[in-house]
Design a protein around this ligand. Structure first.
Ligand SMILES: Cc1ncc(COP(=O)(O)O)c(C=O)c1O
Length: 399
């Protein structure tokens, strides 16, 4: 048999191989390695009888195309056999809100980590509340003690590990065990580690979200979200996506599929460079603390060592007491670290942040001023040189 006549059978493989092989169907694409970008709404049926019986592989652009299927299949293969299906949404935040809507209804109660991505909190406190769903925030380091926060109507727990900006690593298996024992489901924002470095379904997660805008896209040129579901949640997720009429643009889907193929090598480099810079920063006299899950100084580091197989390039640093203006001078001086939200692209970024007022269940104590860094794919020694110039500007501004 020629390799292009049918999907070549793949031997069992590791996740980094599945990144390359997943979702490919050269036979359906005239032998081309990649699928075309289908810009599509109407699908034509050969006869009225076919139309009435909906006898067609594809029904309508919103309901899927060969392009969207290729990415969904690739992600499903990457997530592993417990993944029953993947939905594509127009952004990471849309993936989070859709996953929550899929599982919850009026009168339900939800538990959410206090370290959650702020717009997720806003969605819970705004839209979900308006629809009669209540949220209780919990300490990200709570572990199995989360049992005491369950109410008779608690239907779901939302975890994010590590936490946004502050990087506490949650004990997802312990939380999932408690949740499942009480009949609740577990949703996770797994964007930081991606399915490569955190195997969400093996750790008890039922719905795993990726802001594919970040590492999967990898080039700061796409907005996309994905939700991977297990057998317990897939039907509800799929029905909700269809009912809401959600779909993602074909060019964005294609760019995410293209990014996925190189996720393994990019993440490995983000891991290496990020860790080198995190250790370098930890030894600087200006820095009080580095919040990088692979460093002992990060809350939940032992859990990271147990449950994660790598780190991405995103972490935070806490300065020793210094005027905020001096930290702004530090960031302004950086030439290779741009100033901007999002992360996961090839480029380095730095933003000042302050968690005061952002928490409701815990007090965030590491202190301030704080800066979040995304270590990109530039030469790591050039990045260190850039940071050195930043520290010189900090010293000059401090006077
Ligand atoms: C942890 C996390 N989850 C979700 C999102 C949302 O992704 P998007 O910007 O694609 O909506 C972000 C964006 O910054 C994020 O940092």
């Amino acid at each position: 048999m020629k390799k292009t006549e049918a999907d070549p059978p793949h031997p069992p493989s590791r996740p980094t191989t599945r990144l390359v092989t997943g979702g490919r169907d050269a036979a359906a694409n005239h032998g081309f390695v990649n699928p075309p970008v289908y810009h599509a709404s109407t699908v034509l049926y050969p006869t009225v009888a076919d139309f009435i019986a909906r006898r067609a592989r594809y029904l309508y652009g919103r309901r899927g195309t060969p392009t969207s299927e290729a990415l969904e299949n690739a992600l499903r293969e990457l997530e592993g056999p417990a993944c029953a299906g993947v939905a594509l949404l127009p952004s990471g935040l849309a993936a989070i809100s859709t996953a929550l809507i899929a599982l919850l209804g009026a009168g339900d109660h939800l538990l959410v980590t206090d370290s959650v991505y702020q717009p997720t909190r806003k969605f819970c406190d705004g839209v979900l509340k308006r629809y009669g769903i209540t949220t209780t925030y919990y300490d990200p380091l709570i572990g199995s003690d989360i049992a005491r926060l369950f109410q008779p109507n608690t239907r779901a727990v939302f975890v994010e590990a590590p936490g946004s900006l502050t990087f506490e690593v949650q004990d997802v298996p312990a939380i999932a065990q408690v949740a499942h024992a009480r009949g609740a489901l577990v949703l996770m924002d797994n964007t930081w580690a991606s399915p490569l470095y955190f195997r969400a379904f093996d750790k008890g997660v039922d719905l795993a979200v990726q802001a594919a805008t970040k590492y999967i896209g990898g080039h700061s040129d796409v907005m996309l979200g994905t939700v991977s579901a297990n057998a317990a949640t897939w039907q509800r997720l799929r029905d909700t996506v269809h009912a809401l009429g959600l779909c993602a643009g074909p060019d964005d889907i294609y760019l995410a599929l293209r990014g996925l193929r190189t996720l393994g090598v990019r993440l490995a480099q983000h891991h290496r460079s990020g860790l080198k810079i995190a250790n370098w920063l930890a030894a600087r006299p200006e820095i009080a603390r580095v919040l990088h899950p692979a460093l002992e100084s990060c809350p939940g580091h032992a859990v990271w060592r147990r449950d994660f197989s790598g780190a991405s390039g995103l972490f935070s640093i806490i300065f020793k007491p210094v005027p905020q203006a001096a930290v702004h001078a530090f960031v302004d001086e950086l030439a290779l670290f741009g100033i901007g939200v999002s992360w996961g692209g090839f480029e380095s970024l730095a933003i000042p942040f302050d968690c005061a007022g952002a928490r409701s269940a815990t007090e965030w104590t590491p202190g301030r001023p704080a800066v979040r860094l995304h270590v990109g794919l530039e030469d790591v020694d050039d990045l260190i040189g850039d940071l050195e110039r930043g520290f010189a500007a900090l010293a000059a501004a401090r006077g």
